[in-house]
Design a protein around this ligand. Sequence first.
Ligand SMILES: C[S@@+](CC[C@H](N)C(=O)[O-])C[C@H]1O[C@@H](n2cnc3c(N)ncnc32)[C@H](O)[C@@H]1O
Length: 227
Amino acid sequence: MTAGRGAEPPGSRYEQREAGRDGTGRFFMGREIAPVMGHLGAPWLERAERIDEERPDLLHSLLSLKPGMVVADIGAGTGYHSWRMAEKIGPGGRVYAVDIQSEMLSLLATNMARRGVTNVVGVLGTITDPKLPDNILDLALMVDVYHEFDHPFEMLAAIVKALKPDGRVAFVEFRGEQVSVPIKPLHKMTEAQVRKEAEAHTLEWVETRRELPWQHLIVFRKTVQKR
Ligand SMILES: C[S@@+](CC[C@H](N)C(=O)[O-])C[C@H]1O[C@@H](n2cnc3c(N)ncnc32)[C@H](O)[C@@H]1O
């Protein structure tokens, strides 16, 4: 157990408790937030085994990407998903690749240049704001990242603002319900927890896909303002 980073102000959505193993001690809606993966871990994002463990080809076909779409890869890291989406949406579409680590965005830019991909735009966000324009996205994709947002509520609210009126947001998280998925518990999420947190926003659940080897894809659509 490690010490937390200090008490939250009264009325905060977040709670600071004693940190669990590998945790931050920061809690939101009953779950402990995981630490951010540092840029020194970037080689792990490009490991060859990911192809079989995560089936990015299958994920991208499940996302129903179409030429001309405007999408965001939130927590893009090295751009593992950015260039794959860029290929599907074609030169008339655009991928906003958002990350809070400038080192990740540098690696991403190098990877896009090496692949000759020109429709991916790197965006340096903050822990509360992806710094995207309002009402521009057909889809925001978050692969293995939402569980490590320091401010998940503020991030998701800002992502919803960036969606077009019928835009979608897709969570891809390692399945927390399945003990056999070989990932640390704090880096997994259950479908129930994702739905609880997403449905606190103007989002309605569309579908949960379980075809991927270890992850679920949980998709929501933006709805009109809740009263
Ligand atoms: C585990 S990596 C996953 C990267 C990528 N999605 C992939 O699947 O290869 C998580 C990434 O999310 C980024 N991240 C964490 N919190 C973020 C936030 N609030 N906004 C944007 N990016 C964030 C980290 O800097 C890191 O690059």
